[in-house]
Design a protein around this ligand. Structure first.
Ligand SMILES: C[S@@+](CC[C@H](N)C(=O)[O-])C[C@H]1O[C@@H](n2cnc3c(N)ncnc32)[C@H](O)[C@@H]1O
Length: 374
C-alpha cells in the first residue's frame, strides 16, 4: 500500500471522521424530528378521546354486550362509518380500544380496554375530567403560559378570561358544573384508594368538614365507608347551592379564606394546590382553628413532588411523578398562585399555619395523604 504523506493522511482521516459524524448526526436529527412530532400533534390524542366520549363509543360497546363491528357501531351511534373508522383506527393504534379480526371472514370487531371502560358514564368514570380539561375555557389559558413564566403576576387564566377560575365559575354555571363534575369523578376514584390504604387515618372521627368539597362526592364516599361520620361539605355559596342532597351531609356555603366550620377533622383534597403559600397558610390556619386542639387533625390529600432522582425506584412511581409535574403545569395555567409542592414546601406551610406535627403517607395515586396535628 502506498504510504500517504502527512498532509494527505490528515485529510483522509478527517474526511472519514466527518463522514461518520454526519451520518450519526443525520440519524440523531431524524430521530429527534420523529420525536418532535409528538409535540406538534400532542393535542390529537386528547381531541380524539374527547370525540369518542362525546359520541358515546364506550357506552355503545358496553350496551352491545359483545365485540362490535364498525357497521354495528356506526348504526348504534348514528354516524358516518368512514369517519368513525378513522377515529377507531387511531384509538386502536393507541391501544385505547381493542381490535380483533375474525379468522373466517376477516371482519373487524372492536371492544373496550380498561382505559376506555373509564371513559363511559358510570360512578368511576374519568370522562368528566377529559371533557373539562379539553374544554375551550380550560385550553385557552395554555396560550398564556409563557407570559405567566416571564411575569409571575400575569396569571394565565386571568390574562385569558379576565378573572380567576372561581370567579368565572360563579358567573358561568355550565362551566362550574363541568368543574364540579370533573372533581367529583376524580374524588370517586381517589377516595377509595385513600380510605382503603389508610383507613386508620379516619378512626375515632365523628364529624368531618370537607373544605372546598365541591358537590360533596368525597364525603358521600367517605360516609359510605364509615357510616358513623357526619359530614359538612364546605365550599363557595354558588357551588353548594348546586350540590345534590346527600344523606348525612350538610352543605355550608362560605369562603375558607375567612372561616371553616367546626368538626373533629378537616379534610382538604386537591384544594391547597390551587393557592400560593400565603393563602395556603391562611386556609390551613382556619382549618386548625376549626378542629379540637387536643385530638383534632387536618387531613390533606395533595400531591407531593419528589425532586431527587434517587427517590424514584419503580416504573409506576416514575409515571406518577410525571403526572404530578404535569399537574403543576395545570396549576400554573389555571390558578392564580397555585402550585404542587415538595415535602419541604408542605412542611413549611403546615408549620407556618401553627401545626405542631405533620406526617406524609404515600398512596398508590397522584396525591399523598398529609396529616397535620394542631
Ligand atoms: C380543585 S376543586 C377540589 C374539589 C374537591 N375537594 C375534590 O377534590 O373533588 C377546588 C374547590 O375549591 C373551591 N373553592 C375555591 N375557592 C374557595 C373558597 N374561597 N372557599 C371555599 N371553597 C373554595 C372550589 O369551588 C372547588 O370546589
Amino acid at each position: 500500500m502506498a504510504k500517504l504523506n502527512d498532509g494527505e493522511s490528515k485529510t483522509k482521516i478527517l474526511g472519514a471522521q466527518n463522514h461518520v459524524e454526519t451520518q450519526e448526526e443525520e440519524e440523531v436529527v431524524l430521530e429527534a424530528a420523529i420525536d418532535t412530532w409528538k409535540y406538534v400533534l400532542g393535542y390529537v390524542e386528547m381531541a380524539a378521546v374527547k370525540c369518542a366520549i362525546e359520541l358515546g363509543i364506550s357506552e355503545a360497546m358496553e350496551n352491545h354486550g359483545q365485540p362490535i363491528t364498525l357497521s354495528e357501531l356506526s348504526t348504534s351511534l348514528d354516524c358516518s362509518p368512514s369517519s368513525l373508522h378513522r377515529i377507531m383506527r387511531l384509538l386502536v393504534h393507541q391501544k385505547l380500544f381493542k381490535e380483533t379480526i375474525s379468522p373466517e371472514d376477516q371482519t373487524k370487531y372492536y371492544s373496550l380496554t380498561p382505559i376506555t371502560r373509564l371513559l363511559k358514564n358510570h360512578d368511576h368514570s374519568m370522562a368528566a375530567l377529559v371533557l373539562l380539561e379539553s374544554s375551550p375555557v380550560m385550553l385557552a389559558p395554555w396560550h398564556a403560559l409563557s407570559g405567566r413564566v416571564r411575569d409571575e403576576g400575569r396569571a394565565a387564566f386571568e390574562a385569558t378570561h379576565g378573572e380567576s377560575l372561581w370567579d368565572y365559575n360563579a358567573k358561568h354555571p355550565k362551566h362550574s358544573k363541568l368543574v364540579n363534575d370533573a372533581m367529583a369523578s376524580n374524588a370517586r376514584i381517589v377516595l377509595p384508594v385513600v380510605l382503603k390504604g389508610r383507613a386508620e387515618v379516619f378512626e375515632g372521627i365523628g364529624t368531618v368538614v370537607d373544605v372546598g368539597g365541591g358537590n360533596g362526592s368525597a364525603l358521600q364516599t367517605m360516609i359510605k365507608a364509615f357510616p358513623w361520620i357526619k359530614g359538612i361539605n364546605f365550599d363557595l355559596p354558588h357551588v353548594v347551592a348546586a350540590a345534590p342532597e346527600i344523606a348525612g351531609v350538610e352543605h355550608v356555603g362560605g369562603s375558607m379564606l375567612e372561616f371553616v366550620p367546626k368538626a373533629d377533622a378537616a379534610f382538604v383534597m386537591n384544594v391547597l394546590h390551587d393557592w400560593g403559600d400565603e393563602e395556603c397558610i391562611t386556609i390551613l390556619r382556619k382549618c386548625r382553628e376549626a378542629v379540637p386542639k387536643d385530638k383534632g387533625k387536618v387531613i390533606m390529600v395533595e400531591a407531593v413532588i419528589k425532586e431527587e432522582k434517587h427517590e424514584i425506584d419503580d416504573e409506576k412511581e416514575e409515571k406518577l411523578k410525571g403526572l404530578r409535574l404535569m399537574m403543576d403545569m395545570v396549576m400554573m395555567a389555571h390558578t392564580t398562585t397555585g402550585k404542587e409542592r415538595t415535602q419541604q414546601e408542605w412542611e413549611y406551610v403546615v408549620t407556618q399555619a401553627g401545626f405542631t406535627k405533620c406526617i406524609v403517607k404515600p398512596i398508590q395515586a397522584i396525591p399523598s395523604i398529609i396529616i397535620a396535628y394542631p
